[in-house]
Design a protein around this ligand. Structure first.
Ligand code: SOE
Length: 380
């Protein structure tokens, strides 16, 4: 008889887009991956109990609380999953860790590294498993690139470039603040595209390539004033709308990063490419199972870029899904991350990126914003 799975009771804070992505992951992970754990959607907390109740009904949470502190006090909650604006991450995560709960938070860890450091200290002092949901690492094709780079397929790395482009804030009538547009409010978000989009590129780059030693950046705020969704008043915009970064990695390679919410036509165009002495890999979120691969060893007229469809049984995560050639999507990158977290629990740890790993991404983002202001190179 198969061993009975342990339950992991999840307390979700928030009910927005990211809470949906995480709930989807918690709901399907035990059906696909054998981690020894069975997550239970126990309770959701939000100030707006009407909206939280509708969310709970949709996803099957057993109850609703009007205050996240109730989740932290509750004996029947094992893990707190934080899906609220960035300015609330620290207080909730620190309280959860002090209460001995496992803590997971949507990215970025915090608005700044200064704010994130006590979060790292709290989870490490309490010894509780922790993780930040930088989900794009767990797209099978991206994990595949990481595995191949680790195997030395590229040899010495020369370049890493990545971009994350969107276009949803071009209209100056889009407000800042409030529940739907808090990402435009510097107080709630901490920064604009740097913490929201570029942070994904930085997390993946630190993971696949190496640490970043120094960088210089230009940032721009194209719309200088927006109405605040709560007060109705026009207010200066404090976030960066676009950022371009030149970086030197610790392994000697050069990095180029771009993110913007003003690239007309692009909704979520995350692309990355890495070039080494023996070959190159490239990936595009819009074709998320494909990895483009150039192998310098192939000589003669057959030389050129080839396209690998990362859906076979020996590709990362894919052996647990359907049959070779069939695909999974954006939502499953979160499911894979939940699976890794649950598997880590058996070994008494969570999964990467931990709070400590994600603090490094915050440090890089801080350096980008500082350089964007000063125009100077920043050494990390
Ligand atoms: C912003 O539009 C956003 O939802 C980010 O917050 C997510 O992290 C990114 O994956 C998609 O875009």
């Amino acid at each position: 008889m198969a061993a009975k799975k342990k339950t992991l009771n999840v307390g979700m804070v928030g009910y927005g887009f990211m809470a949906r992505a995480h709930s989807h992951a918690w709901s399907e992970v035990a059906q696909v991956f054998d981690t020894g754990y069975h997550p239970v959607l126990k309770a959701v907390a939000a100030r707006s109990t009407g909206k939280a109740q509708a969310f709970a009904d949709q996803w099957g949470y057993e109850r609703v609380e009007s205050d996240w502190r109730k989740l932290i006090e509750a004996k029947d909650i094992d893990a707190i999953d934080i899906c609220v604006p960035n300015d609330l991450h620290a207080e909730i995560a620190i309280a959860a860790a002090k209460a001995g709960k496992m803590v997971l938070t949507e990215k970025p860890l915090a608005r700044t590294a200064k704010e994130g450091k006590p979060m790292v200290d709290a989870v490490e002092k309490a010894g509780v498993p922790n993780m930040v949901w930088y989900n794009y690492r767990r797209i099978p094709a991206v994990t595949f690139i990481k595995q191949m780079v680790d195997k030395g397929k590229l040899g010495k790395i020369f370049h890493y470039r990545a971009a994350f482009l969107q276009d949803w804030t071009i209209n100056p009538d889009v407000p800042q603040g409030g529940t739907a547009t808090w990402r435009l409010d510097v107080d709630a978000a901490g920064s604009g595209v740097t913490g929201d989009l570029l942070a994904h590129c930085v997390d993946t780059a630190l993971w696949i390539n190496s640490d970043i030693a120094s960088l210089t950046a230009m940032t721009e705020t194209f719309v200088k004033e927006r109405k605040h969704a709560v007060t109705g008043q026009m207010q200066p915009v404090g976030i960066d709308d676009a950022a371009g970064v030149l970086a030197r990695f610790g392994n000697g390679s050069l990095g180029m990063f771009e993110s913007t919410r003003y690239a007309r036509g692009h909704k979520a165009a995350y692309t990355l490419e890495i070039n080494g002495e023996h070959g190159s890999f490239a990936w595009d979120l819009h074709d998320l199972h494909r990895v483009s691969w150039f192998d310098h060893k192939v000589e003669g007229p057959l030389r050129g870029w080839s396209s690998i469809h990362v859906t076979d049984g020996d590709h990362p995560y894919m052996g647990k899904w359907w049959v070779p050639g069939l695909s999974v999507g954006y939502g499953e990158s979160f499911t894979h991350q939940a699976a890794d977290f649950l598997m880590g629990l058996g070994k008494k740890k969570g999964a990467a990126p931990t709070f400590r790993d994600a603090l490094e991404t915050n440090r890089v983002c801080d350096a980008i914003l500082a350089s964007g202001k000063s125009g100077r190179w920043v050494t990390l």
